[in-house]
Design a protein around this ligand. Structure first.
Ligand code: NAP
Length: 305
């Protein structure tokens, strides 16, 4: 069967693209390799999505988006996309061993956590090293944990961890947080959060579970070992572009470059949400991207076919 549009990834961007594509009457496929909702699912509480002044959990928001797509008449295909290749008049999407043909594609696969790349990180992932506080925080009740990073994610997750852990050490490589002032102030005022400025992790050590971090103070050069029960890494993310089997322009960090219509360098391919080069990565901006990408794809299809 031939489709007008294949949307790869059902986070806020992909789900919104699906809703708009359905309204435009496009024969649309939406692929998702895990659970629909994207990063929102890993967010404890969303307090900056308009229309919900009291805030709501990320899971609740993701569920509302998914319900909305279903109401628009689109069923999600729960399968990981392994490869997207270019054909004469469209694209072939290979997912779970099955091929689908689509005339246009929206890339909305989002990002995955960046690794620190120190010895022990891989070995202790799932054994004390985590990239998701909402998933693993309850395992660290009354324990001492480290959070690596200084951006919005690190600070938000450190605050969340204070509900469980005894002490949360926010280990940042500089002497000033990148996070917005609201989050910054909350962290600095939280008694359970210990700020560890100008500090980097050199190694993660343990036995069956992690036991200690080797830290380096960048100002003094001092290298020392300190006991920790867990370490949460939030040092940014990298775009998930592995399944793209054709040439496409990306920036130096691997994010897909789009124009103001969210068209990529490959005709018929659009990008929406965290996967593309942009200034602000939020649910609100992902939703806006999703709508625009779907409308641009429709325009492309009308003009071309
Ligand atoms: P980010 O803004 O890129 O911050 C990454 C942090 O990790 C920075 O503090 C950076 O340090 C540090 N870092 C990077 N590489 C490192 C390394 N190798 N070793 C040690 N530290 C390292 O990433 P993010 O916090 O995940 O946020 C991503 C986007 O999502 C942002 O646009 C953010 O605003 C948005 N976001 C928004 C919310 C919200 O609105 N509530 C929540 C979460 C995320 P430097 O500061 O020195 O560069």
């Amino acid at each position: 069967m031939e489709y007008d549009l294949a949307i790869i990834g059902a986070g806020p961007a992909g789900l919104t693209s699906g809703i708009y594509a359905a309204r435009a009457g496009l024969n649309t496929l939406v692929f998702e390799q895990g659970a629909a909702g994207g990063q929102a699912l890993l967010t404890d509480f969303v307090e900056n999505y308009p229309g919900f002044p009291e805030g709501l959990t990320g899971q609740e928001l993701a569920r509302k988006f998914t319900e909305h797509l279903s109401k628009a008449g689109i069923k999600i295909t729960y399968a990981g996309v392994d490869n997207i290749t270019k054909q004469d008049k469209g694209f072939t999407v290979l997912a779970a061993g099955k091929e689908y043909f689509s005339r246009a594609v929206i890339l909305s696969m989002g990002t995955q956590p960046r690794k620190i790349g120190v010895p022990g990180e891989g070995e202790f992932t799932g054994r004390g090293v985590s990239y998701c506080a909402i998933c693993d925080a309850p395992l660290f009740r009354n324990r001492k944990v480290a959070v690596i990073g200084g951006g919005d994610t690190a600070v938000e997750e450190a605050l969340y961890l204070t509900k469980f852990a005894r002490e949360v050490h926010l280990i940042h490589r500089r002497d000033r947080l990148r996070a917005v002032s609201l989050l910054r102030d909350r962290a600095l005022q939280n008694e359970k959060i210990v700020m560890r400025w100008n500090t980097v992790v050199e190694e993660i050590k343990g036995d069956k579970l992690i036991q200690a971090l080797v830290l380096k103070n960048k100002e003094t050069g001092e290298v020392f070992e300190e006991n920790f029960d867990g370490v949460f890494v939030f040092i940014g993310s990298v775009p998930k572009t592995e399944c793209i089997g054709f040439e496409i322009s990306k920036n130096e960090n691997g994010y897909i470059i789009t124009d103001e219509w969210l068209a990529t360098s490959q005709p018929g391919v659009f990008a929406a949400g965290d996967i593309r080069e942009k200034f602000l990565r939020q649910v609100t901006t992902a939703v806006g991207d999703g709508a625009l990408a779907a409308m641009s794809a429709e325009k492309y299809l009308v003009e071309k076919y």
